[in-house]
Every structure is written in C-alpha cells, then in structure tokens.
Design a protein around this ligand. Structure first.
Ligand code: 26M
Length: 822
C-alpha cells in the first residue's frame, strides 16, 4: 500500500471525527444533536475536502512546473455516480471515516446513501469517461476532463401502471460539496451573426465573425482523486450564463422582463442532458450546447498553453492532446482552426498541422441512427464561420488527399465528402472527426475490426495505421473495492492488497478455484450480497424473492439491439412450461432488469411495459410455486448498479452480434463473480478469451452469420412457424392474458418481431438462447463447479482494468509522461 501522508494532516479516525463535528457546526450551522443524515454526509465530505483541495492545489502547481503533455478528455457526458465512498477509498481513509462516524453514532453506509448520483450521462459512454478520469489520476497522468455542468442530469424513472414516467433529476438542489466555482476562468462564447471579409493594406484578407449573441461559460471544478492519492486532477464542467454585456443594455432601456427571458434562454444551454433518442426535436439547442462546451474548453486549453508557452505554436501538439469522446465534441476542431487563423494569425497550413497532431477520436457505436449529421442550414445560422472552415477542410481533403489516392474518381469524392449532398445537405461529424484526428479508435477488438471494415473502409485505406483498438475497461476501485467490500477483503487475504491497481494479481487466486473452503467463502459472500439485494428489491418493488434462486440480471439502457425482448421471450417460455407442468424440475430463478428508455423511443417503452405486465402476472401466480420471479428495478443508475452487480449470478449480454461496440457492464458483472450468458459481440469475445469457453455461456449467431443471414434475406416467420414454443409465446403476447380487459396492448412487440422484420434477429437466436439457459440450469445444480466457474470469471478480469485501457491510450495515442506528486 502507498505510504500515507503524515503532514500537515493528521489522518487518524480521532482527528477525522473532530473535523466532521467542526464542519457540522461551522460549515453547516447545525449540531450533532439535531443534524440529519444529509448534514452528516455534507460534513463528512467537507472534512475530507480539506485534504482533497490541498492535494489539488499541489497537483496544479506541479503540473505547471513540469509542463509536459496533458490530455484533455472532451465529453458531453460524465456519469460519475456518488463520490464520497469512492474518494474515501482512493484516499485510503474509508476505514478511518467508518470508525469516526461510528464514534459519532452514525453508520457510514447509511451516510453515503444520502448522496445523490451525479447522473451527467446516458449510459456506457458517460460511465466510461468517469472510469477513465479515475484511472488517469491513479496512474498519475496530467489530464483534465471537460464537460457540461447540467442543472438536470438524466431523468429519474418511475413506473405508473407499468409505464415509464420521466421526472426531472435535480442533483444540485441542496448544493454540492464537491464542486468549486472558478469565476477567474470564465469564458465568453459567441453565437449566430455573420462573417465579414476584411481586406488588409498588403492585399491579404481575413475573416471577422460578428456574433449575434454572446454566452458566458462559468467553470465548476470537481476534484478527481486517484487511488493512493498520488495526485488530484480536475473535471471542469461549464455552466452557461448570459454574456456580460446584454442585461444592462436591455435593463436601461426599461426592458427588465425581456432581460429576464434572455437570461433564461442563455441558461437553457446547460440546463439539461439530452437523452440519446436521436429525435429531430431540440436540434438547435443540442448544437449550441455542443459548441458552447467546445468553445469554453478550447479557450481554456489555449489560455493554459499561452501562459506556459506564449505563442510558440510549434510545441502546441507536444503539450496538448485533445480526445473526442465520440463525435459530440467534434466542433472543437473548426473552433481551434478559427482561433488559430482568425485570432492568432496562423496560416491555414500551420493551423491544420497543429490540429492534426492534437485531436484523436473515439468511436462508440456503429448504429447508423446514432451517427451525428447536422444540417448545413442550421450550421450556417448558428456557426457561420465554422461552416466556412468545414467547407475548406473538406475542399482540401477532397482535392489533395482523395484526389491523390483515387485520381479523377468523383464517385469516391462524393462518398467521402464531409458534406453529404443527397437528401438534404448535412455535415457528417464522423468524417470530420476522422479527417481531423491523428488517431481514431474503436472500443473492443471486434468493434475496431468493424469500424475499419464497414464504417470507414475508404478512410482505413487512405490513412494506414490511423484506426487502432483500445478495448474498454472499468475501474476496480469503484466496481470491486467500494461496491463489494466482502469480496475485496477475501481478495486482500488471498492475493494481497495490490489488486486495486494491479488487477492481474487476482489470478493468484486461481489455484484456489477448486478449493472447497475458498469456494464456500466466495459463495457465502455472493449469498450475503444477494440477501442485501433481496431487501432492496422488497423496498423498491414490493416483490418477495429468495436469495437461494439464481439471480439473473440484465442492466443497461433499453434498446432493441440489446434485446431485453429476447430475455422476455425466454421468461414467457419458462412460465408456459411451468403452467403446463407445475412440478417441472428447475432451479428457481429471479430475472432482474434495470433500464431507462429514451423518452421518445416508443418500442423501448413498450418493452418496459411488457416486462412489468408479465412480472405482475408471474409474481402473483401461486401455481408456479415461486420458481419464477421477474423484477424491474425502477430508476437504474450508477448507485443502483453498485448494489445489483455484487449480487448477480448470471449476467445477460445478449445483443445482436456486431451491434454492441463493447459493453462495460459485462466486465463489472464478471469481476464480481457472475457468469455471462452472451453473444459473440463486443468485449464478450475478449471476456470469453480470458475465462475460457467452458466458463461462459455463448449462444447465437456470430457477426459473419448475422451478415450472411441478412444477405440471404431474413424471414422471421420461418422461425415462428418452425418453433411451436416460440409461436405460442408470441401469440400469448397478442392476447389479453397479461393486460386483462386490454387485448392488443403488447402487440407491437410481436409485430416488430414478425411483420416489421425483426431487425435485431431475436427469433433467429431464440432457440440457442433457451438452450444456453438450460445449460445454466444444469450447471448451477453442481454448486462446487458453479463456484469454481464464478471464481475463474472474477479472477480472470485483470485485462479489463481501466488502468490498462488508459495505459493503451498513453502508449498508442497520447504519449504522456506520468507526473505523480512527490
Ligand atoms: C445523440 C444525440 C443526442 C443526444 C445524445 C446522443 C447520444 C449520446 C450518447 C448518442 C449515443 C451515445 O452513446 C453511445 C454509447 O453510449 N455507446 C456505448 O459506449 C460504451 C463505451 O464505449 C460501449 O461499451 C457500448 O457498447 C456503447 O453502446
């Protein structure tokens, strides 16, 4: 373990106890005798912030002294979850804090429960960003995360009669102890207006953008404590405010009310996180949101660069790497070009050279509907100068690079143009990102292969070596140490305490996978975690479940390609079999779901409704003797994941092959000893390589088979008429069995799987999926064998440490030097 700092802080439990009491009284104005749990949480945060903020200052001083390359991780999403428990673990103060609070009559776990999740993200992409900034700090790399200080994170989900209802999330309603406002680093952001060409005396021409409006970006810093507290980086989140000038003018003209509405408009820009449902509505605001955040971040990066290096642009790319987390921040490319050319006076060639050595882009999805295209007319209105710059980037790209590679090939120019011409002119943000970046990466081996082969085949030919793979990872600090303290203690005892950074050390437990005593300990911990979840399930849904059943868990955003509906078809199959034969010999199963549907995604909401309706029936049917339970946990989020994952026996990773870029929940579940039932998709493939084919339940079509079946012309009716059980469960959905008095309420699901063509091949994979579940039923009965497999899964997850991912980024893309505090 790392040596703890001894001065100037006394980090004993006694001292921490005094600090907590001090903050309770002086910071929060309350007292031990009347403080509620929220106040105790606040006081505990403030107490450890004394240490965190000091280390933050030290880190910043040391970085500006060393001035090596830093990475700027630009992401519209950071799904941080709660910070107290994680910060305590990373400071190695969790035990001391537990003791201090205990002495004050408080349970630390209960105090931690008071913290609202920072839900500034949709799902995988946002949570990955959170794991990566944890790893960057842990490894001691200079890094800043840039994002938006949304007033409302992802909506809170409630169920009403089984339907999803969205409620606003107000994570900062009662303040947030972790953030520091930095008014000294406010940035101004122009929007709208027109571009003027100014001719100089020497005959040259420059462009001046006269903005129609100005916003102000106010930065809020959140300290990111690395494990072992070797350094503290920051996550800088921008809040939008009205620009400095306007409200006075309008106010003086007697327009106080108008000023208020313009203020409200400006504040709208950072008001709410967009749920990823790719609808047309709200497009303009989303573009402004992206530009606002990119403009603030790029200016902040330039300010720091100039402070250290003046106008020595030759070294810019040696000091600055900018990682684009998907195409959402891609407007920062034309923004940097604009500043370098229009404001700093660089030539196009020089500015472009700087950009091409600065930006790198991560692709997170192949789904065509998720690829960002902005209408040219919208761009022209909101960002006229940026559109000109994009045209020029495109012109030079087509006329030099494409022309050199495919001389005279106009079809190729049309195909690769950053501007899509047919069906409404659009800016293709993915093409802009590929052309402007020096590296492009996919997030799992198979995903990267498909990015090269299907998404950007011509770019891959044009730019050899540009597209690389960096397989995703997850932070073991949050997803094992903090979320599963009992299993962590068992590993400490078995392999030593180095595993939270050296996750490969878990392999040292492999020789014990067959050891009866170790198996018992491992499975007893699983059982304890399941018992805790049983209580949570009862509290949140009212459903009674038994910890002796198999806990089979599917937790992820709701999307047809992730195939929660396939899981449902299998549940219906089991239910039918049980009704036909109540004495059926099966290990009791609890199917647990957690998933939010994008508010505008009709079919996703239908699937939630169907699962809830089936759950109602199954859970209240005395005929099946509790052999089957179905639970849909409302409001799935990071803090709920931390309770579900340690209690899982089976991990559902059942996307149509080729469509889940990586998945990261699959890694967290296996790390906590769940066995995967999954397709050969995303990181499942690499998980199978690590644990071995005997320790994972793989089923279904692989990527090549999906491709060939689609080529031949897939017909779901072949499977419907060819499989009596499948036909029966689909017809069942069409009846009013699950929605008494309302026949047809669940018919859309059946229609999507038959009439509408079953785009995600659920019916093709149905039998294989049921067979894999039957294998699970058999395997679970051999308790020793199951324990052995669970241990192997957990112990073989070393590769999926996000520290390994970050080291891959450093080695192949960023080339940073670690600068831990002395
Ligand atoms: C689009 C338009 C408007 C608002 C939001 C969006 C949008 C936001 C996020 C679209 C897609 C978004 O995310 C894609 C995503 O989360 N991809 C996931 O990334 C994970 C981390 O790499 C992978 O593990 C998942 O497989 C992949 O689905």
């Amino acid at each position: 373990a790392t040596k703890k700092q001894t001065k100037p802080f006394d980090l004993s439990a006694d001292n921490l106890q005094q600090r907590i009491v001090h903050h309770l009284r002086s910071t929060l104005g309350t007292h031990e005798n009347k403080a509620n749990d929220k106040a105790w949480w606040n006081a505990t945060c403030s107490a450890i912030n004394e240490l965190v903020f000091e280390k933050l200052t030290d880190t910043q001083a040391s970085h500006s002294k060393q001035d090596t390359r830093a990475v700027n991780y630009l992401s519209l999403e950071f799904l941080m979850g709660r910070l107290l428990s994680n910060n305590l673990h990373n400071l190695e103060l969790f035990g001391e804090a537990e003791q201090a609070l205990k002495a004050l009559g408080k349970d630390i776990y209960q105090v931690c429960e008071e913290e609202p999740d920072m839900a500034l993200g949709n799902g995988g992409l946002g949570r990955l960003a959170a794991c990566y900034i944890d790893s960057l700090a842990t490894l001691g790399y200079p890094a800043i995360g840039y994002g938006i200080h949304y007033e409302h994170g992802l909506f809170r989900q409630e169920f009403k009669d089984g339907h999803q209802i969205e409620r606003p999330d107000s994570w900062r309603e009662y303040g947030n102890p972790w953030e520091i406002c930095r008014p000294e680093s406010v940035q101004e952001v122009p929007l709208y207006g027109y571009v003027e060409s100014v001719f100089e005396d020497d005959g040259s021409m420059r462009k001046v953008w006269h903005a129609g409006r100005k916003l102000k970006g106010v930065p809020w810093d959140i300290p990111i404590v690395g494990y072992g507290a070797k350094l503290v980086n920051v996550l800088r989140l921008w809040e939008s405010k009205p620009g400095e000038a306007f409200d006075w003018d309008v106010f003086n003209a007697g327009g106080y009310v108008d000023a208020q509405s313009e203020k409200a408009q400006a504040e709208t820009v950072s008001k709410v996180l967009y749920p990823n449902d790719s609808t047309e509505q709200g497009k303009e605001l989303r573009l402004i949101q992206q530009y606002f955040f990119c403009a603030c971040s790029v200016k902040d990066i330039l300010r720091r660069f100039k402070r250290a290096n003046g106008n020595n642009w030759d070294v810019f790319a040696d000091k600055v790497a900018i990682q684009l987390n998907d195409t959402h921040p891609a407007i920062s490319v034309p923004e940097l070009m604009r500043i370098l050319i229009d404001e700093e006076g660089l030539t196009w060639a020089k500015a472009w050279d700087v950009c091409r050595h600065t930006f790198a882009y991560t692709n997170h999805t192949l789904l065509p509907e998720a690829l960002e295209n902005w209408s040219v007319s919208l761009f022209e209105r909101v960002l006229p100068r940026h559109l000109e710059i994009i045209y020029e980037i495109n012109r030079r790209f087509l006329e030099t690079e494409v022309e050199a590679k495919w001389p005279g090939d106009d079809e190729m120019k049309r195909k690769l143009s950053i501007i899509k011409e047919d069906g409404g002119r659009m800016v293709r943000m993915a093409y802009l990102s590929v052309v402007s970046s020096y590296k492009v990466n996919g997030v799992a081996a198979i995903h990267t292969r498909l990015v090269k082969k299907d998404l950007f085949p011509e770019f891959n030919e044009l730019y050899l070596e540009k597209i690389v793979n960096v397989t995703n990872g997850v932070t073991p600090r949050r997803w094992l140490k903090a979320a599963n303290p009992e299993l962590s203690a068992l590993y400490d005892k078995t392999v030593g305490t180095g595993w939270p950074t050296q996750l490969n050390l878990l392999k040292d437990a492999l020789p014990k996978a067959k050891d009866k005593k170790f198996q018992k300990e491992f499975m007893a911990i699983k059982h304890d975690n399941k018992l805790r979840l049983v209580k949570e399930i009862k509290a949140l849904t009212g459903v009674d479940v038994s910890a002796d059943a198999i806990f089979d868990i599917q937790i992820k955003r709701l999307h047809e390609y992730k195939r929660q509906q396939l899981n449902l078809l299998h549940i219906l199959t089991l239910y039918r079999r049980l009704l036909a034969n109540p004495e059926l010999d099966m290990v009791p199963r609890v199917f647990i779901f957690g998933a939010k549907a994008a508010p505008g995604y009709h079919m996703a909401k239908q699937i939630i409704y169907a699962i809830n309706k089936v759950a109602d029936k199954v859970n209240n049917d005395p005929r099946i003797q509790d052999k089957l339970k179905v639970v849909f946990m409302p409001n799935y989020r990071v803090s709920l994941a931390e309770k579900l994952i340690p209690a899982a026996d089976v991990s559902e990773q059942i996307s149509t092959a080729g469509l889940e870029a990586s998945g990261t929940g699959n890694m967290k579940l296996a790390l906590n000893g769940a066995l995967t039932i999954g397709t050969l998709d995303g990181a499942n493939i690499e998980i199978a390589e690590e644990v071995g084919d005997d320790n994972i339940f793989i089923f279904g079509l692989n990527v090549d088979q999906v491709e060939s079946i689609k080529r031949q012309g897939y017909n779901p009716y072949d499977y419907y008429y060819g499989n009596a059980e499948l036909k029966a469960v689909l017809d069942w959905l069409d009846s009013d069995f699950f929605t008494p008095g309302h026949p047809g309420e669940l018919s859309d699901i059946k229609r999507s799987l038959l009439e509408w063509g079953d785009q995600y091949l659920c019916l093709a994979d149905y039998q294989g999926y049921c067979d894999a579940h039957a294998r699970i039923d058999v395997a679970y009965r051999d308790t020793a064998k199951w324990a052995e497999m669970a241990i192997i899964n957990s112990a073989c997850m070393g590769k999926f440490n996000s520290d390994r991912s970050i080291q891959d980024y450093v080695d192949t893309i960023w080339h940073l030097k670690a600068c831990p505090l002395g």
